[in-house]
Design a binder for this molecule. Structure first.
Ligand code: TXE
Length: 473
C-alpha cells in the first residue's frame, strides 16, 4: 500500500520523493510506504489551506455542519474497512477498532455538526449600549496526533476545526497513516472544497516541527507524549500561537473497601488494559484499601491472566500487539526496572510468535514513589498498591507529575465527592471509567497538558471571540 499526502484536494507524494516504511505491528513485516514530508510539503499545504480558508469561513455554519454529517455518513458506510485499516496499523483488536475507534470518529463528526448548528454566543447589556460576542475562525490550524487512537483523535480535532470555518493541516503519527489517508479520500468523495482538509505525512521532527514553526499556522492542537508537548510549546510560545496540549498520564484507580468489588475489578481491568494500555486515560496505578488488598489483588491478577492476547482480527482477542518493537522494548524495560525496585511481576511474557505482542503484567510489592509506579509506561502494565486511609490514597494518587484522570470506586457518596474535589486531575470517574459525553471538558493538569477540548471548549479553541460594543443611546 502506498500513502500520499493530500494537499489542495490532490493526492501527492513528498516534494523530495522520500518515503518511510510502515511496519505492521501484528506481523513485524513492512506493509506500506508513506511520504517523508518536510518543510516544502508543509509550505505547499499552507498555501492550499490559506487559499481555501476565507471562502470556507464565509459558508453558512449549517453548510459546514452538513459537510461533517456527510463525512460521518461515509465513515458509517465503510466502518468495517476503516476498522481493518486501524487494526492493521496499530495492532489493536479489530472489534475494538470497530466499536471504539471508528464508531467514535463517526460520533465526533456528527457531534460537532450538531454543536456548530446550535452554537450561541453571549450578549452583555449596558446603559445605552450592548456588547455581543462574535466567534471568528482562526484561519489555518495544525493538528498533530499520535498512534494510539489515530482516527478517533484526528476526528476529535478535524471536526470542530472545520465546523468553525478553519482550514486544517493534519499530521498523523508516522506509525499509523492509513485511516488519515482514507479520511482524505472521504473529504474528496463528499465534495469538500479543496484545501479545507490537508494531510501531510512524515516524521515528527520534520513535518511535525515544520507545522509547529510555520508562521501562517495560527493554532496547534497536539496530542502526544509530554516530552514532545514541551518541545511544541517551546517552539510555539515566541510566536504566540494558540495551543492545546493533550499529553501523558499516570492515572490512579482508587478502590475503597465499600465498593462493589465485582464492578471495581471489572472496571480496574478495563481501565488498565483496554487498547493494550496504550491510552492516555488508562488506569495504570491501582490503589486498594488495605482491608481488601489481598483479596482484590488475587482476583485482579486472575482476571488479567484470563485476558486473551492474540491475532487482532480474531473476535475473541482482547489484547493485540503493541505499536512497535521499540515501544515493546521500552515497556518491557519497565518490568526489569520494577524487579530492580523490589517488585514482583505477574505475567508480562512475550508469546512465541511474530509481531510485537506481550502478555499483560501486574506488578505488586512496589513503593508508590518508585519510577515504575510514577512514570508513564503506556503499555499493558499495572502496578497495584495498598493504602490505609483516604489521606494516604490521595497523597499517592496526587504524587506524580501527571494529572489527567482518576477513577474512584466506592459506595460512599460523601467520600466520592471529597475525592472528586481533592484529586489533582482534569477528569474524575466515579464507579466507572471512560464513560464519555462529548460535551464535557476534556484535558489534564500538571504535566498532562494545557487547555480543554470537547463540546464548546473545542469550538472556543478553534475560534477567536471578538467583542462588538454598540452604543445606541
Ligand atoms: O509520541 P510523540 P511517541 C506517550 C507515551 C509514549 C510516548 C512517546 O508514553 O511512549 O508518548 O510516543 C509528532 N514537532 N504518548 O513518540 O513523539 C509525532 O510525529 C511536532 C502519550 O509516539 O509525542 C506524532 O504525530 N510534532 C499519548 C505526534 O507528535 C512532533 C499518545 C505524537 O508523537 C514532534 C502517544 C515535533 N518535534 C504517546 N515530534 C497520549 N497522551 O495519548 C513528534 N511529533
Amino acid at each position: 500500500m502506498e500513502h500520499f499526502n493530500h494537499i489542495g484536494g490532490m493526492d501527492v507524494p513528498a516534494h523530495s520523493g522520500a518515503t518511510l516504511e510502515h511496519i505492521r505491528p501484528s506481523t513485524g513485516q513492512p506493509d506500506a510506504r508513506l511520504p517523508r514530508s518536510d518543510v516544502r510539503d508543509v509550505q505547499h499545504a499552507v498555501e492550499a489551506a490559506s487559499a481555501a480558508q476565507r471562502a470556507w469561513a464565509d459558508r453558512p455554519a449549517t453548510e459546514r455542519a452538513d459537510l461533517c454529517d456527510a463525512i460521518a455518513d461515509q465513515l458509517d458506510k465503510r466502518i468495517d474497512e476503516f476498522a481493518a485499516l486501524e487494526s492493521n496499523d496499530t495492532g489493536k483488536p479489530l472489534t475494538l477498532a470497530r466499536n471504539m475507534d471508528i464508531s467514535r470518529a463517526i460520533a465526533n463528526f456528527r457531534f460537532f455538526a450538531g454543536a456548530v448548528r446550535h452554537d450561541e454566543t453571549g450578549a452583555h447589556e449596558m446603559h445605552g449600549a450592548i456588547n455581543f460576542t462574535l466567534r471568528r475562525p482562526i484561519g489555518v490550524v495544525g493538528l498533530i496526533t499520535p498512534w494510539n487512537l489515530p482516527l478517533y483523535l484526528l476526528s476529535w480535532k478535524v471536526a470542530p476545526a472545520i465546523a468553525m470555518g478553519n482550514a486544517v493541516i493534519a499530521k498523523p503519527s508516522e506509525l499509523t497513516p492509513a485511516t488519515a489517508t482514507a479520511l482524505a479520500g472521504i473529504f474528496r468523495e463528499v465534495g469538500a472544497p479543496p484545501g479545507v482538509f490537508n494531510l501531510v505525512h512524515g516524521l515528527g521532527g520534520e513535518a511535525g516541527q515544520a507545522i509547529v514553526d510555520h508562521p501562517q499556522i495560527k493554532a496547534i492542537s497536539f496530542t502526544g507524549g509530554t516530552a514532545t508537548g514541551a518541545r511544541v510549546a517551546a517552539s510555539a510560545a515566541p510566536v504566540f500561537k494558540k495551543l492545546s496540549l493533550e499529553l501523558g498520564g499516570k492515572n490512579a484507580t482508587l478502590v475503597f473497601s465499600d465498593a462493589d468489588l465485582d464492578a471495581a475489578l471489572d472496571g480496574a481491568v478495563r481501565a488498565g488494559f483496554t487498547n493494550q494500555g496504550e491510552i492516555c486515560l488508562c488506569g495504570s496505578r491501582v490503589l486498594v484499601e488495605r482491608s481488601i488488598y489481598e483479596r482484590f489483588t488475587a482476583a485482579f491478577i486472575d482476571r488479567v491472566r484470563a485476558l486473551r492476547v492474540g491475532e487482532p482480527s480474531e473476535p475473541s482477542t482482547q489484547v493485540g500487539a503493541l505499536i512497535s518493537e521499540g515501544h515493546r522494548e521500552k515497556v518491557r524495560g519497565f518490568l526489569a526496572l520494577a524487579v530492580s525496585e523490589g517488585g514482583t511481576v505477574h505475567g508480562g511474557g512475550v508469546p512465541n510468535r511474530p509481531g510485537w505482542f506481550m502478555e499483560p503484567a501486574v506488578i505488586t510489592g512496589l513503593s508508590p514513589t518508585c519510577r515504575t509506579a510514577t512514570e508513564e509506561i503506556f503499555g499493558p502494565v499495572v502496578t497495584i498498591h495498598p493504602f490505609d486511609s483516604e489521606v494516604e490514597a490521595l497523597a499517592i494518587a496526587n504524587g506524580v507529575r501527571y494529572g489527567l484522570s482518576a477513577s474512584v470506586w466506592t459506595s460512599d457518596l460523601s467520600r466520592a465527592h471529597r475525592m472528586s474535589v481533592a484529586l489533582e486531575v482534569g477528569m474524575v470517574w466515579v464507579n466507572t471509567w471512560l464513560l464519555r459525553d462529548l460535551r464535557v471538558p476534556f484535558g489534564g493538569v500538571k504535566d498532562s497538558g494545557v487547555g480543554r477540548e470537547g463540546g464548546r471548549h473545542s469550538l472556543e479553541f478553534f475560534s477567536e471571540s471578538r467583542n462588538v460594543c454598540f452604543r445606541w443611546r
